[in-house]
Write a protein that binds this ligand. Structure first.
Ligand SMILES: NC(=O)C1=CN([C@@H]2O[C@H](COP(=O)(O)OP(=O)(O)OC[C@H]3O[C@@H](n4cnc5c(N)ncnc54)[C@H](OP(=O)(O)O)[C@@H]3O)[C@@H](O)[C@H]2O)C=CC1
Ligand SMILES: O=C(O)C1=N[C@H](C(=O)O)C[C@H](O)C1
Length: 265
């Protein structure tokens, strides 16, 4: 803590860096609980608000929150982001459910607030981000591709936000390389047997007790396959990415999708 003459005390972390006041939305959820722990363990971050369903969002502003971390639900996250932008609070969002329409709406909300940042990241896990990058790089070499995501049985959405983003990145890489559509049969005798079609890439969702968050990208060419797989066995795996976004967001006003840029990927 340092005190300047005639001013309120300014909290500081060791090394004199200013402390960032963090509020967690969805604080008692699976991810929120882990974020609360990670923020409490970080010397340069101060947990000032924990909000769950039924709590007033105004508590965030009253507590002097500078950065909100949101791990709630796709059906409530837009209202949370609107509140944060209106109250000049930066927002690090891990909640899924973002399409182009939602992203454009957030960009419109941000337009009159040039100092506020919103980071929307479908996945904060470093390994998961690397898998996406490797899949993008490999996409142009393999005519066939399928994405399989596997998660804990309480996940509210399917397919996962990560799988949708992975499929879109692969589809974009294929378009850029002028590849024709995958040659594989897409007709299914039973509806859903070939998964969901995300820009021409089949995406399959598995829900299974014992799992946390996992993804495979299968690629095939004549006589060979390439399998890329990532496993999050513990939600701690997402925390380095979440904390990086919390620390960086003050330097990144506007809308940022994915934390790849923050990692130099
Ligand atoms: N980007 C990433 O790296 C990751 C993203 N996720 C995503 O994060 C989201 C949350 O996942 P998970 O933690 O497993 O889900 P949980 O269901 O465990 O947690 C959601 C929490 O949000 C709370 N909540 C619901 N409505 C509101 C509201 N209006 N305001 C504040 N809090 C609210 C819930 O409270 P209550 O139970 O009382 O309703 C609950 O505590 C999902 O979209 C998931 O896909 C998950 C892991 C990693
Ligand atoms: O709900 C989860 O658990 C996860 N959700 C995110 C998603 O939908 O991509 C990230 C990760 O897969 C865990």
């Amino acid at each position: 803590m340092t005190t300047a003459p005639d001013q309120q005390p300014v909290p500081t972390a060791p090394g004199d860096a200013p402390v960032i006041n963090v509020g967690v939305l969805g604080a008692r959820g699976r991810m929120g609980t882990e974020v609360v722990k990670a923020v409490n363990d970080a010397e340069d971050l101060e947990l000032v608000a924990m909000v769950d369903e039924g709590d007033w969002l105004f508590g965030l502003a009253d507590a002097g929150t500078q950065v909100v971390v949101d791990f709630t639900r796709p059906d409530v996250v837009m209202d949370n982001i609107r509140f944060c932008i209106d109250n000049n609070i930066h927002c690090v969002v891990g909640t899924t459910g973002f399409d182009e329409d939602r992203l454009s709406t957030i960009a419109e909300w941000l337009a009159p607030k040039p100092d506020v940042g919103v980071i929307i990241a479908p996945n904060f896990g470093i390994g998961a981000l690397l898998l996406m990058r490797f899949a993008q790089d490999a996409a142009r070499f393999f005519p066939s591709v399928e994405v399989v995501e596997l998660h804990h049985p309480n996940k509210v959405d399917a397919p996962s936000g990560t799988a949708v983003r992975t499929a879109r990145l692969i589809a974009a890489a294929r378009r850029e390389a002028d590849m024709p559509p995958a040659p594989d049969a897409t007709t299914d005798a039973l509806p859903g047997a070939r998964g969901a079609d995300v820009e021409g890439v089949p995406v399959h969702a598995v829900r299974l007790a014992g799992l946390v968050a996992h993804q495979e990208v299968l690629m095939g060419a004549a006589g060979e396959t390439l399998t890329l797989r990532h496993d999050s066995y513990d939600r701690a795996s997402f925390m380095p990415g979440v904390l990086l976004a919390v620390r960086e967001i003050g330097r990144r006003p506007g809308l940022t999708v994915g934390i790849e840029g923050l990692l130099g990927l």
